[in-house]
Each structure stands twice: as structure tokens, then as C-alpha cells.
Design a protein around this ligand. Structure first.
Ligand SMILES: Cc1cc2nc3c(=O)[nH]c(=O)nc-3n(C[C@H](O)[C@H](O)[C@H](O)COP(=O)(O)OP(=O)(O)OC[C@H]3O[C@@H](n4cnc5c(N)ncnc54)[C@H](O)[C@@H]3O)c2cc1C
Length: 325
């Protein structure tokens, strides 16, 4: 059986987990096996379980425990370890998200099983072959994964989320783990609404990214306005997070978030390799930069060579004219 960890947040399944389920369904088909899922959360997981039938899941294990309504990596991992020993899957997969990686790393450490992170393909059998991204996606590695249970995370946007063609029935099985206080040492206790648009960078259709060329934290005000008008979200380069202008959660790149929007507007960003690995999934890139030789121009579908402090307000004004009566 292929077992997939499904992430959800306040009654919404994560887009990366739907990609992971699509990956898992194809893997299950190749292995002539079935796909089951784990949903973790106090009572919250149960209503979401029905939606998983559309992704080819036959059974959903809903892990229930007081205090699991919010993310707690060690408690999630310990629950998974206990579930693994109860249901004996061949393969366990999770999204290559921050949470997916964190939980699976704990699972691997607790079970002493090897974990292949950021896989783009897997071929069941002996040996069990995986292709995975290394160096932030700048090279692909083909490897054999050993271990009695194969642990994988799936690289973000390696596959598109696709519901299954057949309509299936899903059975829901509660699972009550035995957890101790120490499993809740790390947990989400509070949420702070971020500025720069609602939603997640990973799932946004439009991202307005700012780099050192934006000049200051205050300079991001115009980018936020542009993002708001386009229904998008603001992201940034590492130069910006290092300067303390934006939080690390806004960083796009190798050590930040991977995005795959329809449109990425890169403002005052040079296009270092470590930034490009985070935005190369964008369908279209519009660059705004004073330097016509900046490396990011090699990736641009459209470019405006000019000062971001003039171009972005001008864009905002034009969009306002077009959409506001
Ligand atoms: C291990 C490692 C991991 C890293 N991970 C990441 C990562 O995840 N994400 C990331 O982004 N970086 C990452 N970096 C850093 C990366 O190498 C670059 O240093 C960084 O991306 C540069 O950010 P930047 O493009 O904003 O700044 P710069 O490289 O300084 O570029 C600024 C750009 O703005 C333009 N500009 C200046 N003024 C204006 C203006 N007024 N109007 C318009 N354009 C203007 C300039 O022409 C230039 O192209 C990593 C580095 C390492 C070593």
C-alpha cells in the first residue's frame, strides 16, 4: 500500500498535497497497489476525508488526538510512526513542503529508515528507483532507495494535481495515537496575518517579487498595492530578507519557497541561481530592472528596463484606470 500524508489548513487541503496524491495514485497503479491517506487533526480531518476519493484514495486514516488541531511536527511524526507499524505500507509519501519535509525527517529518524527528498519520479520494484532534485533543482539525481518502507517527499510542482477519472468510495478509519507532552514541545500556538496579500506563495497565481533594487522595506508598499490589484502575493529575494525588509516566509528560492504562478513580476532582482530555482516554475516572468544585462532577463518573457520606483507606481496607476470606474 502507498500511504500519503495529506496536509490541510483550516478546512482546506493543501495544493501540494493534491499533487502528492496524484503522484501516489500513479505510483500505486504502477505497483498494482492501493493508495491510502493520513489526515491529521483533532476533529478537523474527518470532513475533508470525503474529498480525497476524487484523488483515488481508498482509505483515509484520520489521526485524532487533543491538541492536534494545530501543526505539531513531532506529534505528527510520532502518530505516523505508530500508524506505519499498524498498517505496514510499502511506501510513504508527503509533499516536499516545509511541513512535509519536517515531519518526514522526524519519521525517518524515529524509524531509522532512509528518506529520499524532493522526488520527481519513482519506479516501484527491486531496486526501487527514484529521480530527485538536488542542489535546489539545478541537477536531477537517479538513485536506488533501500529500506523496508520507502519514505519519499515529492518535489513541489513536479506533477500537476489531477483528480482521478473514476469516482471512488473512500472509507474513513480513525486512528488514536499514544502521545506524550514532549511530542507537543514544538507546535503552532498563534497565527499572525501577514501583509502583502492573503494565501500562500506556493499556490498564488500572481506573485510580485521584490529584490534589493526595491531599496527599502517601505519601497514594498507599491509592490503590495500592485499585488493587491492583481489578486496576487508579494515575495522577495534573500537580499531583502537578509536586510530585514521582509520576513523569511516571503523568500523565494533555494532556501525559500518554490513558486509556480501564471505570472511572476520580478522587481529589482538580479536573478541569482539560488533565486531562479524558486521561480522557474512560473509560466510567465515580467522583469523590471534598471540593468538590461541582469541575468534574470535571460528568463524573462517581458521586461521593462527602468527604475522600479517609477515603473511599479505607473503600472498601479494604469491598472487602477483600467479596473476602477
Ligand atoms: C546557499 C545560498 C542560498 C541562497 N538562497 C537564496 C534564496 O532562496 N533566494 C534568493 O533570492 N537568494 C538566495 N541566495 C542569495 C543569492 O545568491 C543572491 O545573493 C540574491 O538572490 C540577490 O538578491 P537580489 O537579486 O535582490 O539582489 P542583487 O543581486 O543585489 O540584485 C539587485 C538587482 O536590482 C537591480 N536594481 C537596482 N536598483 C534598481 C531600481 N531602482 N530599479 C530596478 N532595478 C534595480 C539591479 O540591477 C540588480 O539586478 C542564496 C545564496 C546562497 C549562497
Amino acid at each position: 500500500m502507498i500511504l500519503a500524508l495529506v496536509e490541510h489548513d483550516r478546512d482546506r487541503l493543501s495544493a501540494l498535497s493534491l499533487q502528492t496524491l496524484t503522484f501516489g495514485r500513479r505510483l500505486a497503479k504502477e505497483a498494482d497497489d492501493r493508495l491510502e491517506a493520513i489526515l491529521i487533526g483533532d476533529e478537523g480531518g474527518r470532513p475533508l476525508a470525503d474529498g480525497l476519493a476524487a484523488y483515488g484514495v481508498s482509505t483515509v486514516h484520520v489521526v485524532q488526538h487533543a491538541g492536534m488541531d494545530e501543526y505539531a511536527p513531532e506529534a505528527w511524526a510520532e502518530s505516523m510512526v505508530q500508524l506505519l507499524s499498524a498498517v505496514s505500507p510499502q511506501v510513504v509519501i508527503a509533499a516536499g513542503s516545509e511541513r512535509g519535509h519536517e515531519v518526514m525527517a522526524h519519521v525517518a529518524a524515529r524509524t531509522e529508515l532512509p528518506l529520499a527528498a524532493n522526488c520527481t519520479a519513482a519506479e516501484p520494484g527491486d531496486p526501487f528507483r527514484v529521480t530527485r532534485q538536488r542542489w535546489g533543482g539545478s541537477l536531477l539525481e537517479e538513485a536506488h532507495l533501500v529500506g523496508s518502507v520507502k519514505l519519499l517527499t515529492i518535489a513541489p510542482h513536479a506533477v500537476q494535481a489531477e483528480p482521478s477519472t473514476g469516482v471512488g468510495h473512500v472509507s474513513v478509519t480513525p486512528f488514536i495515537p499514544t502521545l506524550a507532552d514532549k511530542d507537543f514541545r514544538v507546535r503552532v500556538t498563534d497565527r499572525v496575518e501577514k501583509t502583502g496579500g492573503k494565501g500562500s506563495l506556493t499556490e498564488a497565481r500572481v506573485v510580485v517579487g521584490g529584490g534589493r533594487g526595491v531599496g527599502s522595506a517601505e519601497g514594498f508598499g507599491a509592490l503590495e498595492e500592485l499585488a493587491r490589484l492583481l489578486g496576487g502575493i508579494v515575495g522577495c529575494s534573500r537580499a531583502v530578507t537578509s536586510a530585514g525588509w521582509r520576513p523569511h516566509s516571503d523568500q523565494i528560492g533555494q532556501t525559500g519557497v518554490r513558486i509556480a504562478p501564471d505570472l511572476y513580476i520580478a522587481c529589482g532582482i538580479s536573478g541569482a541561481t539560488q533565486h531562479i530555482v524558486g521561480c522557474k516554475g512560473a509560466k510567465h516572468i515580467l522583469v523590471i530592472n534598471t540593468d538590461a544585462e541582469a541575468p534574470i532577463l535571460a528568463r524573462a518573457d517581458y521586461a521593462v528596463i527602468g527604475d522600479v520606483r517609477q515603473v511599479v507606481p505607473a503600472l498601479v496607476a494604469e491598472i487602477r484606470k483600467a479596473i476602477e470606474p
